[in-house]
Write a protein that binds this ligand. Structure first.
Ligand code: SF4
Ligand code: FES
Length: 234
């Protein structure tokens, strides 16, 4: 397999030809924050949290392939601020109350907020009025917490071979819809990859609440991305 060599913040990184910058960085022990990208799912570059500068241009590293000799910047003040602003906006455009959320400590949005030192809303909270779909016997869908990352859409189609979720409308009217009147009309199961792919507390299994006590959950103990960075230090 052919390889390409490029740099990320001055560090030489080798990638397989066709590999994305995000994956190559990860293999080299460099963590680039991400939200809509998820292991085993085809990336689609929608959240822009993984943005880097490639030869001076801002690109989503989860979809941009590594090119020979490319100069990639990731941990600059500008890009940290850029990513942080996206995360700040995601918090205010939904209804996220971490202290009452069963996903706390497992939630990637919350974990990123901690990593970026976000402790209070930067923008005006919009408090949108959104529904919770409790119709399904095993799973519920809380639209208040949905960040429209599309991971459930892709996991349902590509991994579960179902078609439970889709997006409707565009721009600020965009929302997640299920394939039926309600979640109970679909063939979703609690064990489906679509459920575990959700990075926040929007798609949750019923009757398994607090199986791991708060304070002992993955991101309570280790900051998001630290596992990747550790590999780079070995
Ligand atoms: Fe993403 Fe979860 Fe919303 Fe699906 S339900 S789009 S996985 S946040
Ligand atoms: Fe790359 Fe969302 S992780 S755009």
């Amino acid at each position: 397999m052919k390889t390409v060599t490029f740099t990320i913040d001055g560090k030489i990184v080798r990638a397989d030809k066709g590999q994305t910058i995000l994956k190559a960085a990860e293999a080299a022990g460099i963590y680039i924050p991400r939200l809509c990208a998820c292991k085993d799912l085809v990336p689609h570059g929608s959240c822009r949290v993984c943005s880097v500068r490639v030869n001076g241009r801002i690109q989503a590293s989860c979809v941009q392939t590594a090119a020979e000799g490319a100069i990639v910047e990731s941990e600059t003040d500008e890009l940290r601020e850029y990513r942080r602003n996206i995360i700040d906006m995601l918090f205010v455009e939904g209804n996220h109350f971490c202290m009452f959320c069963e996903k706390s400590g497992f939630c990637e949005l919350q974990a990123l907020a901690y990593r970026f030192g976000i402790t209070a809303p930067k923008y005006r909270l919009l408090y949108p009025k959104r529904d919770i779909d409790l119709s399904h016997p095993e799973v519920y869908l809380d639209h208040n917490r949905c960040i429209l990352c599309g991971r459930c859409v892709r996991a349902s189609q590509d991994l579960d071979r179902k078609n439970v979720f889709q997006f409707v409308e565009r721009g600020c009217r965009k929302r997640l819809q299920v394939n039926g009147e309600a979640l109970s009309d679909t063939d979703l199961r609690a064990a489906d990859q679509a459920v575990s792919a959700c990075p926040v507390g929007a798609l949750m299994r019923k009757r398994v609440g607090y199986a791991v006590p708060v304070g002992r959950r993955p991101y309570d103990e280790v900051p998001i991305g630290r596992d990747i960075e550790k590999k780079g230090e070995e």
